[in-house]
Ligand binder design. Structure first.
Ligand code: PLP
Length: 366
């Protein structure tokens, strides 16, 4: 039995530190925007090489608050990828803007920048690149495109904490970067949590007000805001884990490279490409195969986790069917039809990886 993700190993090694932090917080009773949230924001900003980090309640909220702070609204078009979790597009809809889905590169699964350029109209205000599965989008080139057309860039870094490109971390490039600390993420807490990064002092101040009921001082409200704060107890967990993020991401890369080396030898299996531009942190290990059903059945029979991210691209989801009627995105559709994910977590042993590979080998070669 091998699960898709096993969070227990990390907890066991950090248990004493987390429990001591929790006990102290209970004694101090500073539960909302307390000292650990402030400290985590500073530590995360330093690690990511950004001026500011603003904790919030989830990755979805991080995207939403960033778009509100950017002033995106009705009548605006926002270019993004259809090959992502629904939250990317939900945030665009929350502010009343229109998502414009652009096809992906079938090797990296990330938005195709040439097609993104071709999708720009006089209504385009922003672009949301998603560093899918932890593979950074080519941000230097994306920023050149965005700057040429005066577009706001909000990076969806929900799956890419610690991934870098062009010598800088993802989330350090655009107007803002949106992070998720959902438990299974590269940096995950024990519930929901999120964070927005920015290099702009005014934007950071605005985000701090937006996440806290539009309030810069208790009971003084300058605008309609939100209740979207990173929880103090979650910040304690995140501070403990942040110290080890490089080691965690190195563990993911080790597992991924072991998978890729073996899968490259198997007929009908295409490992994920590393584009050579950025450092992939493998939030998920997803590969393409024309034997998906057989491989998944064999893994399930051995109680080995497997999944499909994402079976239905956003432009084909029920919720977007009417809005995207007639839209054909062939690379995205082809990838959704033959992609599958294997177990990956930093503590996964080489023996566990080999066990997964042995089952796949048998399913493919007979
Ligand atoms: C690409 C992407 N964007 C946004 C989100 C939303 O994050 P959260 O679940 O923290 O709201 C996720 C999380 O699953 C995600 O994978």
């Amino acid at each position: 039995m091998i699960p898709m993700v096993d969070l227990k190993g990390q907890y066991q090694t950090l248990k004493a530190e987390i429990e001591a932090g929790m006990a102290e917080a209970m004694e101090n009773t500073a539960f909302i925007l307390g000292p650990n949230v402030r400290a985590f924001e500073q530590e995360a900003a330093a690690y990511l090489g950004v001026k500011h980090a603003v904790g919030c309640a989830s990755g979805t909220d991080a995207l939403h608050l960033a778009l509100v702070a950017a002033g995106i609204g009705p009548g605006d078009e926002v270019i993004t990828t259809p090959f992502t979790f629904i939250a990317t597009a939900e945030a665009i809809k929350y502010v009343g803007a229109t998502p414009v889905f652009v096809d992906i590169d079938p090797a990296t699964y990330n938005i195709d920048l040439t097609l993104a350029a071709a999708a720009i109209t006089d209504k385009t205000r922003a672009i949301i690149p998603v560093h899918i599965f932890g593979q950074p989008v080519d941000m230097p080139n994306l920023m050149t495109l965005a700057n040429e057309h005066d577009l706001i860039v909000v990076e969806d870094c929900a799956q890419s904490f610690g991934a870098s490109v062009g010598g800088r971390m993802t989330s350090s490039y655009g107007f803002a970067g949106a992070h998720s600390f959902f438990p299974s993420k590269n940096l995950g807490c024990y519930g929901d949590g999120g964070m927005i990064t920015t290099n702009d002092d005014q934007v950071a101040k605005h985000l701090q007000v937006l996440r806290n009921h539009g309030s810069w001082e208790r009971y003084y409200h300058s605008e309609i805001g939100f209740n979207s704060r990173l929880d103090e107890l979650q910040a304690i967990i995140l501070r403990a884990k942040l110290k080890h993020i490089e080691e965690y991401n190195a563990g993911r890369r080790r597992v991924a490279h072991r998978y890729s080396t073996a899968l490259a030898e198997l007929p009908g299996c295409i490992p994920p490409a590393e584009d050579g531009v950025g450092v992939h942190v493998y939030h998920q290990y997803c590969f393409r195969t024309d034997k998906r059903d057989a491989i998944m059945a064999a893994l399930q029979a051995e109680k080995i986790g497997c999944a499909i991210y994402y079976p239905v691209p956003l432009h084909q989801q029920e919720v977007f069917k009417a809005e995207c009627a007639g839209l054909s995105l062939p690379h995205t559709e082809a990838v959704a039809a033959d992609i599958m994910a294997l177990p990956i977590f930093p503590e996964m042993t080489d023996a566990q990886v080999d066990e997964v590979l042995a089952v796949i080998r048998k399913a493919v070669l007979g």
